[in-house]
Design a protein around this ligand. Structure first.
Ligand SMILES: [Fe+2]
Length: 248
């Protein structure tokens, strides 16, 4: 039985509301003290690591790096590191979903384990493609860049959802859709960055990966909607046509 709501305990919640105002009224001093404490930490914090630039140890950029036409090659390397980390996590998310589906997938939705194996293989191939791209620039794919660290922290919740034995397939797909939204946005950024640096080969390969991610997103969104019982018949497309005035 869910007892989380305040209405589960009318007597206690009434007593709480009737507390002496001086006890509950906050003049903001607590919030200000907390903000001041945090400000101090922010002002004195280190960065989330740094981007290891190839060749900086020897003082000269490697052949791969010197081919880049754009400035700030560290941003490209940082973002390549980010995709590498996220694709690796994506592969693990699908591993977890496949395990869950082997136990509890029913015929209620059109998703099959073969579909999931296919997407998992795409994510693993993307991971290897990004590792190759980093190496072609003279970088080290095993180094952790700041953005790789960032997406590692961001995706921790998604990994927890997928590995929680209590979550349903619908709940797992909700987390997977979040991952695919982020994946698609990440590839869009990477295509733009590779283009800025004049890396035509990478633009072509990354655009192919982006299109695969778009397909993943469309598929997982459809499966999620099926899993929560939505069918396309429930939503009239006419209702979704933008109107000139927002609804009241
Ligand atoms: Fe994906």
């Amino acid at each position: 039985m869910n007892r989380t709501g305040i209405r589960m305990s009318p007597i206690d919640s009434k007593a709480m509301r009737e507390l002496e105002p001086s006890i509950t009224t906050d003049d903001g001093a607590g919030d200000i003290a907390l903000a001041e404490l945090r400000s101090d930490y922010i002002a004195n914090a280190d960065a989330l690591g740094s981007v290891p630039l190839p060749g900086t140890l020897t003082g000269a950029l490697t052949v791969g790096m010197s081919m880049l036409t754009g400035d700030r090659p560290q941003i490209l390397l940082d973002k390549l590191g980010e995709r590498l980390a996220f694709e690796r996590t994506g592969t693990r998310l699908y591993d977890a979903l496949i395990t869950k589906c082997e136990v509890m997938l029913t015929g209620d939705i059109s998703m099959t384990i073969d579909d999931l194996e296919q997407i998992r293989a795409d994510e693993a191939r993307h991971f290897l493609m990004v590792a190759d791209a980093i190496e072609s620039l003279g970088g080290d794919p095993t180094s952790q860049t700041p953005s790789a660290d960032l997406v590692g922290v961001e995706s921790m919740g998604l990994v927890q959802v997928l590995n929680d034995p209590r979550t349903t397939i619908a709940q797992s797909l909700h987390a997977i859709v979040t991952a695919e939204l982020s994946d698609k946005a990440g590839w869009e950024t990477l295509v733009a960055l590779a283009d800025e640096h004049g890396l035509a080969d990478m633009v072509e390969r990354f655009t192919y990966a982006l299109n695969e991610e778009r397909e993943h997103l469309a598929l997982t969104q459809t499966w999620y909607e099926e899993a929560i019982g939505l069918t396309y018949g429930d939503v009239e497309l006419d209702d979704m046509t933008p109107v000139s005035e927002p609804p009241p």
